[in-house]
Ligand binder design. Sequence first.
Ligand code: 4NP
Length: 149
Amino acid sequence: MRVLFVCLGNICRSPAAEGIFRHIAPDHATDSAGTSDWHIGDAPYPLMQAEMQNRGYNISDLRARQFTAADFTDFDLLIAMDADNITNMEQLRPTNNTTPLRLFTYFADTGDAFVPDPYYTGDYPGALTLIENAAHGLSHHLANQRTPS
Ligand code: 4NP
């Protein structure tokens, strides 16, 4: 599966989601993007990189890019961090495209409605605990979806 994680800036939540998911489910092709053009080319935010490093994940190789209409055809599954991301992404969906677009928290068992943005809240550990939970849920979801051969 080709899975794309999307947030607003592509420097906090979605690169963290990509880094954690590629670690626990390396068989899938992963990428991340932001709905804004604010941080194109930037590395993940230093405070997020530090908290990721605390948990054993290195995302220093990632660089921000903007989400585009082509991502609807280039990926099999699109994962958004919050409802605003979904609104902004749906505006770019090509006619007749049916690529699934889901909230990341759909795959978590925490009851959270969205992934709060630590760039604003300052709660990097809380965001990463939720992202780790959702990433494991997504990994299990995709494993169970696989058709037996
Ligand atoms: P992200 O967080 O969407 O999780 O990458 C943000 C990072 C930066 C900004 C907004 C959100 N910003 O306004 O620069």
